[in-house]
Design a protein around this ligand. Structure first.
Ligand code: UTP
Ligand code: MG
Length: 487
């Protein structure tokens, strides 16, 4: 991985074009218009400048980041080299994915090798794909999905539509959009035309219309309209607070509240304990957690737990186990080799906030039919204090933040060791992968599967599993590695 683009504390400078303040002084972006088209380039330029990026009109030695779309690497490099720049090798020549991720995060994201357009690299694979589309399964658990998403421009838009449907309590359309997102994420090629999607499962008419618009105009007007919608913006803001779900957010919105400040100053609003912590540490926990920060937390929790039970087992799960570089929280599974000993494993001494739920697990109970059912094991939803010197390479820093610590959202679930494999699959996710694993079990194998157990309805018995491989084998599925479960 290349070193991150440094954010330095410098006086804010207004740009020459009189647009938003330039926040990232070390980054000067140049968008290559060829292939991208001038209207899309203008749109992306406006978007970037509104987020504090400096976008240059002209390619000069001042430019640090060149961003191109739908390029042929050899042609692009030939074009760059013919530009008479002092030192082309100093340029970061990047795929549009770096730009869209930076727009999403509101800051220049770390340049990774997958963003780079190498001078010698072949062009992006286009259709026909190495995996024929006819072989793409309707079940996410039968697809292999890494963190590399070749279709981000579509999936970002479709995720907005899914979220908006969720806010309107339209479960059907929400799930349909999430399913199409999942299929597109699994593809090993960038969809360049609607023809390339023929034969793919789960892509409905609405999804295809959105994709077509993006292919034609580089944007989707329906999505842009939603993003400007007052209700959508408010609900997104409110649900971004730890402990606030869509129902509470809707209640606040319908009372005329629009900002977090308004909620905090409204005397009639009573926040629960979780929401109070959510507001108190809002700035910290709305910031992504890095892999280094997650690893540091793993070491701290392990040390604390081992001081109580030396042979306790701790595993990092969630998105980090699937190979993600950043997450919204850090998820751990904790158990002890000896059954029953896991019951006393409560963490003390490092908690800023802890919502502890005791186990309500009933060994005689059938696995749940409901996909979103919470599991019954003992668990802790926490906010932990993570100090600068505990993290390799230090904490991620915001401009102006002089503290030497940050708060991080951490979940710890404690299943008994004989249920560990089921819980490990459930908490590794992704949500869609696990949801489809359960759907596959029920529809194709007449089995019920959840975070606690696997039940064979035909044989009328609970199936035992000590590893994740055992579970896949019971289901008659090829094993899928955690890093291939980013459905
Ligand atoms: P997360 O919401 O943490 O997702 O849940 P994630 O994949 O790690 O994503 P980021 O990076 O934090 O944003 C992790 C997994 O735990 C499961 C979810 O279904 C998800 O797959 N989970 C969560 C449960 O099984 N039970 C719960 O009660 C909560
Ligand atoms: Mg997580």
């Amino acid at each position: 991985m290349l070193s991150p683009v440094k954010k330095r504390l410098r006086p804010v400078e207004a740009s020459a074009r009189g647009q938003a303040e330039v926040k990232f002084m070390d980054v000067r972006v140049y968008l290559v218009e060829r292939k991208m088209g001038s209207s899309r380039r203008s749109f992306l330029t406006r978007l970037a400048t509104s987020k504090g990026f400096r976008v240059e009109d002209v390619l000069s030695d001042e430019v640090t980041h060149v961003v191109a779309e739908d390029y042929l690497a050899t042609q692009l490099w030939a074009w760059l080299q013919g530009h008479g720049l002092r030192d082309v090798s100093k340029l970061q020549v990047l795929d549009i994915s770096w730009f869209t991720e930076s727009m999403r995060d509101g800051r220049p994201v770390t340049v990774e090798s997958r963003h780079l357009i190498q001078a010698t690299s072949p062009p992006l694979p286009q259709c026909p794909s190495p995996t024929p589309v006819a072989q793409v399964s309707q079940y996410a658990c039968k697809r292999r999905t890494t963190t590399e998403n070749h279709n981000k421009m579509f999936t970002d838009a479709l995720e907005v539509l899914a979220e908006s449907s969720e806010f309107c309590e339209n479960e059907g359309p929400c799930l349909a959009f999430l399913r199409s997102v999942s299929v597109l994420k699994s593809l090993s090629f960038a969809v360049g035309s609607l023809k390339a999607t023929q034969g793919l499962p789960c892509l409905g008419e609405h999804t295809k219309a959105v994709m077509e618009e993006i292919l034609m105009f580089g944007r989707c007007f329906e999505v842009e309209k939603i993003q400007c919608d007052e209700r959508y913006q408010a609900l997104k803001l409110f649900t971004g607070v730890f402990g606030v779900g869509p129902k509470t957010a809707e209640k606040w919105y319908s009372r005329g509240l629009r900002s977090l400040r308004e909620i905090l100053t409204e005397p009639n609003i009573k926040l629960n304990k979780m929401q109070r912590a959510g507001f108190l540490y809002y700035r910290d926990i709305s910031k992504a957690v890095s892999k280094a920060e997650a690893k540091a937390l793993g070491r701290i929790i392990e040390e604390t737990v081992h001081s109580i039970v030396p042979d306790a087992i701790l595993d990092l799960t969630g998105g980090f186990r699937r190979g993600k570089e950043y997450g919204h929280d850090v998820d751990f599974l904790l158990t002890t080799p000896e059954m029953g000993k896991e019951k006393g494993l409560l963490l003390q001494g490092i908690l800023l906030y802890c919502e502890h739920q005791d186990s309500t697990f009933d060994v005689t109970k059938m696995p749940s039919y409901r996909f979103e059912a919470m599991d019954h094991f003992q668990k802790c939803f926490m906010i932990l204090r993570l100090a600068e010197d505990q993290v390799e390479g230090g904490l991620q820093r915001d401009l102006g933040d002089t503290r030497c610590w940050r708060g991080v959202r951490v979940d710890v679930v404690v299943p008994p060791v004989d249920r560990y494999a089921f819980t490990l699959i459930g908490w590794t996710g992704s949500r869609m992968f696990v949801r489809d694993l359960r759907r596959f079990a029920r529809k194709e194998r007449q089995m019920l599967f959840d975070n606690h157990a696997l039940y064979d309805k035909t044989k009328k018995l609970f199936l035992r599993a000590t590893t994740e491989e055992d579970v896949f084998a019971h289901l008659g599925l090829e094993y899928v590695e955690p890093w291939q479960r980013n459905a």
